[in-house]
Structure formats: C-alpha cells, structure tokens
Design a protein. Structure first.
Length: 755
C-alpha cells in the first residue's frame, strides 16, 4: 500500500465476506479466548511454551475476517525483524495477500516510518541520516574533547549509555537537567546531552533512540497529528510487552486512546532486560492504564515435562511483583530436574561434558543440548574442557573466549613479549591504551624499520634510543619500549599468570576498561581476569600461546552437530531437549553487582532469569553449583544460590559430591544471619571433602604423601586439558605425568584430580 495517501480519507467500507474460520480449530480454551477477545483492551499473559506466536497470528487473521476493518488500520509491533516477517508470512497463509498491508514491524521501523513523514516538526529533513554506534561515539568524542573533558576518565561510551537510558525513558534534554545532579563529568551529562542533540540536528541526523523520542515529541506537541494516527489504527497488537521501555510504552498508550482496541501479549515472568531499559511495570499496570481490560492467561505448556514446569513454577512463585499464572502440561512427568553440587569450576565443566556424552549415548543430538551461563567469563572453562574431550560446540550471541576483543588485545601483548618480531601483534596494541601515537607514528616506525631492516618492535626500540620521536609520541613510545623490556626480563622467572597480571596493570589496559562507563565494560574486566586464571595451567608463556593458536585453529564447522553455549539473556525464545544451568552460586547467580545496584528489584529479575533458563528445557534440565570457584583470578569459597533452596524438592533429584544438604532460609531471616548459617554448613561440606580426599585411592594400599590431594607416584589422574594419565615422578607439588593422549607433561598437583 502507498503510504502517501490522506490519512483523513480512509476507505472504511466493510471487508469482504469472512473466510472459513477453521483456523480456530485446534486452539485450546485459553488460546481461543485470546483470539476471540478482539474488542477493547486485552492483556494476554503467555507463559513459556504456550503457543504465543500462533495466538498472535490467528488473532490478526480473525480481526481481518470478522471485523469491518482494512489491513492498514491494524498496527502490529514486534521486537525483531525476523518475528515481523514470520508473522506477516503466516498471517498471509490464512487471509491471503491482504496481510501485506498490515502496518507490521519493530518499534524502530515504525518510528522511522513516522519520522520520515513529519521530520520537519523536529528540525530534520526527510532525508535524515541514522547514525550507527560507531558514528555516535565519534560525535560524542568530538563534543567531549571540545568541552575540555578528559575522555580517558569520562569515555564517550559512558556518556552514550547515559543518553540512551534517558531516551529509553522518553526524556529530552530539557527534562533531565534537574535530574543530573552528579555523576558523569561532575554533573555535566545533561548539558552534553543538549549539545549532542543540537549537533545531530545540525547534521540532519538522529540515533536509534531518536527514532522513538522524536515521534513521541511530535505527538505530544501536535495533538492534531496524533489524532490522525489514533483514528487510523483501530486495532493495535504488541508482542513481548514485558520488554517495552518507557518511551515505547508512552507511544503505544497515546496511539490507543481513541479506539482502545489494544492487545498486548507478554509474560511478566520473562521480563529479563531491565539492564537495557525494559520496564516490567508496563505489563504489571496494564489494568490501571486501560480500565476494564480483559486478562487472558495461556498456561498450558507444549514444550516441557511436568517436573521441569513444576521446578520453574515453584521458583518464580517467590517473586512478589507478578500477575501470577501456573504452567501445566498434559505431557508425562518426565525425569526430575537434577541438582548437582561439585567441588570447583573445573569439576563442574568436566561433569557437564561427561553428562553430555551420556546424553549422546542415549540418542540425544548435540544440536539439542545447550549450556546457559549467567556471566560470559564462564564460557572459558567449558570451551577448554570441550576441546580436550573432543566435544564440538558453538557460542551463541557472542564470540568464543579467545576471539573476544579484549582477550585478543592482551594476547597481542603476550605475543610481542614472547616474539619481538611479531609485527601484526605490535600494530594491534602500540597505541592501546592511548599513548599519543597515532597512525602517523606507526607509519614512521614502518619507515624506520624498512631503513634499518628491523621489525616494528625493534624499530620502536631504535627510535626510543635515538630520540627520533617528539612530544607525547616520544613519551608514549619510551614507556612502551621500557614496558616490553621489563616484561621480557620477567618472562622466564615468574609464572605466566603473574606475568599477564603485571602486563594488565603496568600497560594500563585493565584500568582502561575499569574506567570505561559502557554497559559491556564490566564483562570485559571479568574476561580479562579470567584470562589470568587460564594461564595458571601453563608453565611457560610459549606453551600457552601455542595452546591458544591450536584453539583458534579449531574453527567452527557449521555443518556438524554442536552443543550451544550462551548466556541466559541470549537464550530467551529458544528451546532445547537438554539444558545445563551451571554456576548457581551466590554472587554469580543472582549476580552480586545487580543486587548491590538495584536490591529487591534486581533479585526478582535474576529470579525471572532463572525461570527463563529452566523453561528452555523440553526433556531434561541439569542445575549445578560449585563450592569453590575462581572469580576474577581469585579462588573463592562459594555458597549455593538462594534459588537452589527455592526449587520445590518434589521436582528435584539432588546429586552432590558432599551428600544432600539444605540451606533453608525463612522469609523473615536476615541476610547476615542466612550467610552465617550457610557459611557454617559450607565448612561442614569442606570437612567432608577433606575426609574424602584422604581415602580416594584404594583406601590404604597406597602411601600417604605430603601433597594437598593425596596424589602419589603411580596414581591415575585427570587433567582438564591433557585428559587421563599416570604420575611418573613427584617433587613437592610438581608432578610429571604420562598422559594417555598428550604424552609426558609437567603439571602442578592442584591442576589434576585423582581417579
């Protein structure tokens, strides 16, 4: 349909005779109620696996078939282009070509359409440019520099995150000035926001936040234009309503005021994106916003077994801010959710790998298995274990550990330390973090290298020694050359893990990310500290770099079956036969930073995240927690997550290395008291583990030694990287082991387990 027509002169003649309503056949009672509730405000609470997509599509078709409405009088909003395309295609299968004229798309695509028609009302031309993230950051960097603000202390990404958050809330610069009392650049963020918006307008540009903010401003300032769209859109449907932010909510509420035929489909129990602006309150207050609204609950689940649903429902019932529903299925009970307690993170990854192999033997394909983690740094342990055991995997929604930008940056430092003539690695980090050496400085180093027959690193040493650079570039170059000299001097005398910590500290690279205010900075810091843990398994830097090269060579083979590895946030909307949920420990899940920043609100979102994780499983679900875990490079004793206690025991099969134990936490018990009690229980667990270690091998037939794990010459052991082997010699805590597949290696005693 041509969108250039006059909105006021719609043809509202009756639609053609209704088609056969056989598309209603096969809907369950809840689904049919949602489809047939066409008029007035309707909230469809669609639980996980309850057939929400079918309801959305059938409802669109039902409106077209039973109401005197034209397709372009329907507005349907989704969160992804893929979902919009699927909805249009499947609706067309029912009602035919008419589906092409439904105004259907993502919030941002609808925003683009509105803004193109009225851009002049916010000072833009119709040919405005939409900036991507890189363009946005470059513009913010220019503004910060012009305003005399230190971008190392107050980086552009931090300001971008603040501005995006304000736009998500529908706030213009004049609305935030009193809110920004302190914070970024000592309270200057609001003023910088105003400058940024003025600069965008001068360049006839907008960013993604403006695609909603500008239409909202137009509607609020021009009631006549708002009324045109209110009259046009007689029926509005919204998917994933629990994920809407304030700006999206305000836009929808304005558009629905005339006809009030708005249907929002969502699940308050799956609202897990508060960190990026989603407001679960939007769905919770739907009845207040639209008095007389019908609430339809979709509770029959077609995905999971009764035990999986029972575990998920029992857990989410602990949340107070929810509208409430209980999932059920006519499927069989299936097997109970397995709750596994292990000694440490390495034991956890090995247990998961062995259970995956067990599931394979039972006929489950690797493509039907997924591991869902809370924090991205957790992937490394699984990746290392899978590589050593030959289990194919892929990381969904992110890069593999050694492919991440921050890891590759530090690997470049280590490569130059190990091999001074590695020009590609040197080029990557010569000015990272910023040292006052730009592209021109690199060109000069290349010229010096060609003239003197030197690599870039050697050319840098030559230039520093002969004072060939001036100003900031000279200072930065001298510091870098001195740094590499010192790190090479230490390389053979300190463990690789200590070396990388020294490099991270003295180069300023770790501090660069610690000062970064962007949302992803915390994850990058966690990954860098996880890298130092990775090096603890290697006796030399060269050995580690060789291992990484082999890992990187193991490219993904998309034609093969592979286990999926992803964060819980990335798993929403997906389903697998078998799900593993590792790392259910206090501080990791629920995540401590989230609790520190947002308290009870964050705790409830973390619990919803756990609920989403469990309900991804169709047949089997495995939850695990470790009593010890290396977090940020430090060994920590861990307490099982409070979510472990909240799982209803009739649906749980406990399988702990330490025996079954309970950490009951009465509702009224204080956090301090609860932590004290659980710490006491943990000490009992550790005592039992120590007793187990003393009797691990043949009870008393093997000599007791002075090591921490009771390992002696001749013992069979397991190493996460090298697999199974037998101890040949022992010198204190150092072992020489003949591994079955990797050959003879020297390893530290605390990196092998007796078998």
């Amino acid at each position: 349909m041509d969108d250039s027509f006059d909105i006021a002169n719609f043809d509202t003649s009756p639609a053609p005779a209704a088609l056969d309503l056989s598309y209603l056949d096969g809907l369950n009672d809840g689904q049919r109620s949602a489809v047939e509730a066409v008029d007035g405000p309707v909230l469809v609470l669609a639980g996980a696996g309850t057939g929400k997509t079918r309801v959305l599509i059938t409802r669109l078709a039902h409106i077209l078939n039973t109401k005197a409405v034209q397709p372009w009088e329907i507005l349907a909003v989704t969160f992804t282009n893929k979902a919009a395309a699927e909805m249009r295609e499947r609706t067309a299968n029912i009602v035919g070509p008419a589906a092409i004229d439904i105004k259907l798309g993502t919030f941002h695509s609808i925003g683009v359409w509105l803004l193109r028609r009225h851009a002049e009302l916010v000072g833009l031309g119709t040919n405005y440019t939409i900036l991507d993230t890189d363009d946005q950051l470059r513009l913010l960097k220019q503004i910060l520099t012009e305003e005399g603000i230190d971008i190392k202390k107050w980086p552009p990404r931090g300001l971008a995150a603040i501005i995006d958050r304000w736009k998500d809330k529908g706030l213009r610069p004049d609305q935030v000035e009193k809110m920004d009392v302190e914070g970024f650049a000592h309270g200057r963020a609001a003023a910088l926001y105003r400058i940024y918006q003025e600069r965008l307008k001068a360049q006839n540009a907008c960013d993604f936040g403006d695609l909603l903010l500008h239409p909202l401003a137009i509607f609020q300032a021009h009631p006549d234009i708002l009324q045109q769209y209110q009259n046009r859109f007689r029926y509005i449907m919204v998917d994933e309503y629990q994920d809407t932010n304030v700006a999206q909510y305000l836009l929808l509420r304005l558009l629905a005021q005339t006809h009030k035929n708005i249907c929002c489909v969502g699940d308050d129990d799956q609202s897990i994106y508060g960190w990026r602006g989603a407001e679960v309150g939007n769905i919770l207050k739907f009845e207040d916003d639209f008095p007389g609204a019908q609430i339809v609950r979709l509770e029959r689940n077609y995905r999971s077994t009764s035990h999986i649903l029972g575990a998920a429902s029992g857990l989410i019932a602990k949340n107070e801010d929810r509208l409430g529903k209980t999932l059920w299925t006519e499927d069989n009970d299936g097997e109970q959710v397995v709750l596994k307690g292990v000694w440490d993170g390495n034991a956890e990854s090995r247990w998961v790998a062995e259970e995956i192999e067990n599931q394979q033997r039972k006929g489950t394909s690797l493509k039907d298995i997924a591991i869902l983690i809370r924090a991205s740094f957790q992937t490394r342990a699984f990746e290392e274990c899978f590589l050593s055991m030959g289990i194919k995997y892929k990381v969904i929604g992110g890069l593999r550990f050694y492919e991440r930008r921050e890891i590759r940056d530090v690997l470049a430092y280590l490569r130059v330390i190990n091999q001074a003539d590695d020009d590609l690695a040197f080029e990557r980090i010569y000015n990272l973090p910023k040292r006052g050496m730009g592209v021109k400085a690199l060109d000069n180093l290349r010229a010096i290298g060609r003239e003197q027959g030197l690599s870039l690193s050697r050319a840098a040493e030559y230039a520093a020694r002969n004072s060939l650079f001036k100003g900031k570039a000279a200072t930065g170059l001298a510091e870098l050359v001195e740094g590499f000299k010192n790190w090479r001097d230490q390389k053979d005398f300190i463990p690789p893990s200590e070396l990388v910590e020294t490099v991270l500290d003295e180069s300023g690279y770790l501090q660069m990310w610690k000062q970064d205010k962007s949302p992803e900075a915390e994850g990058k810091v966690e990954n860098l500290k996880e890298l130092s843990k990775a090096l603890m398994e290697y006796e030399s830097l060269g050995e580690f770099l060789e291992h990484v090269a082999l890992v990187m060579e193991n490219n993904e083979d998309n034609t093969s079956e592979m286990v999926s590895l992803m964060t819980l946030h990335s798993a929403k909307g997906l389903e697998y036969d078998v799900i593993f949920l590792p790392g259910w420990e206090e501080g990791l899940f629920p995540h401590q930073r989230a609790l520190d920043e947002n308290g009870l609100k964050a705790l409830e979102e973390e619990r919803r995240l756990a609920y989403v994780g469990i309900t991804r499983a169709k047949k089997r679900c495995f939850i695990s927690h470790a009593s010890n875990r290396t977090i940020h490079g430090q060994w920590q004793s861990s307490l099982p997550s409070r979510f472990v206690d909240e799982l209803p025991r009739e649906h749980i099969a406990e399988d702990s290395e330490y025996g079954t134990y309970s950490r009951e936490r009465p509702q009224e018990q204080s956090t301090a008291s609860w932590r004290t009690n659980t710490a006491t229980q943990l000490s009992h667990i550790l005592e039992r583990r120590a007793a187990q270690n003393r009797t691990l091998t043949d009870n008393s037939t093997k000599p007791v030694n002075d090591g921490n794990t009771g390992i002696s010459i001749g013992d069979r052991v397991f190493h996460q990287k090298f697999g199974y082997g037998r101890v040949l010699t022992k010198d204190g805590t150092k072992l020489e082991v003949a591994f079955e597949k990797a050959g003879t290696k020297k390893v530290m005693e605390n990196f092998v387990d007796p078998t």
